[in-house]
Design a protein around this ligand. Structure first.
Ligand SMILES: Cc1cc2nc3c(=O)[nH]c(=O)nc-3n(C[C@H](O)[C@H](O)[C@H](O)COP(=O)(O)OP(=O)(O)OC[C@H]3O[C@@H](n4cnc5c(N)ncnc54)[C@H](O)[C@@H]3O)c2cc1C
Length: 247
């Protein structure tokens, strides 16, 4: 069955986890397969098409690329060579567990993936006195993590296309994804008019994905963000949930 799967936050935790310096990106842009057409736009075929180059897309691409019987993989994203914008925080226990799972699947994270560790965490709820969680917290190094994942994609069976999926806007925050379903495949059109026909399409274009058809605007969007900031002195008068790492 042709299938388009949106990578949820749950999947993101499993596949979590690059920003590569633009100067380092070029070696990863592998030669593309010969297109079926000789026009400017091309027609590619692949086993798995992955959309986006955020943590979830690169993670699942790395895991698939390193698997024992890897499928052919095409990853399409106009921001392939861009740094990730958000910072990512994670409980140390969860990271350790995740990293061991990744290692078992052929993707190993080294110390370059973490750039800060707090041995304990204080949470401010309504009371001014913080609650100590006795739980270590880590800040992931986006460049380090992205570099590790991208290095896993330097394989002949992986094609990186620096192109987005084309969308037609039909209303605010409502888009028509350019997808054509056949019996066993799905064909997606990219911004230059090229098409990619795949057995499986994975949508990793983020919480505000324009690829997923929604019945109404505002559905499934991220509504809360963490803020990473340095604070001088004590944190006080917390009005909401605030967590603070302790050295
Ligand atoms: C300020 C901030 C702080 C955050 N802090 C944390 C945190 O501490 N911990 C945590 O777990 N999460 C945090 N998040 C959430 C985090 O950003 C997301 O969970 C995570 O980035 C989701 O990864 P993703 O790969 O699914 O999507 P994204 O990171 O959103 O990546 C989407 C990718 O799809 C690409 N794309 C978009 N449109 C198209 C298209 N049409 N065609 C092809 N590609 C496309 C984008 O260029 C991008 O490469 C934070 C977010 C923000 C904004």
């Amino acid at each position: 069955m042709p299938r388009v799967t949106h990578l949820s936050r749950g999947a993101m935790l499993l596949f979590t986890l690059l920003s590569i310096l633009p100067s380092l990106a070029a070696p990863f842009l592998l030669p593309l397969p010969t297109p079926f057409t000789s026009s400017l736009s091309a027609a590619y075929t692949t086993d798995v098409l992955i959309l986006g180059s955020g943590p979830s897309s690169l993670s699942i691409a790395a895991l698939l690329a390193q698997s024992s019987n890897p499928p052919s993989i095409t990853l399409a994203s106009a921001t392939l060579d861009s740094n990730w914008i958000p910072n990512y925080g994670v409980w140390e226990s969860e990271w350790t567990h995740l990293a061991s799972q990744y290692t078992a699947l052929g993707v190993s994270f080294d110390s370059s993936c973490i750039n800060r560790r707090w041995s304990d965490t204080e949470c401010f709820f309504k009371e001014p006195t913080p609650e100590l969680l006795n739980r270590a917290y880590l800040r992931i190094a986006p460049v380090g993590l992205r570099t590790v994942l991208m290095s896993c994609l330097k394989c002949p069976h992986v094609n990186l296309l620096p192109l987005n999926v084309a969308h037609k806007v039909i209303a605010p925050n409502i888009y028509t994804p350019p997808v054509a379903f056949a019996k066993d495949t799905t064909t997606v059109t990219l911004t230059d008019g090229s098409t990619v026909t795949a057995k499986i399409v994975l949508d990793g274009t983020g919480a505000e994905s324009r690829f997923t058809v929604r019945s109404r605007a505002g559905e499934g969007y991220q509504i809360a963000y963490g803020v990473d900031c340095e604070v001088k002195g004590e944190v006080s008068e917390a009005k909401a949930v605030v967590s603070r790492g302790r050295e």
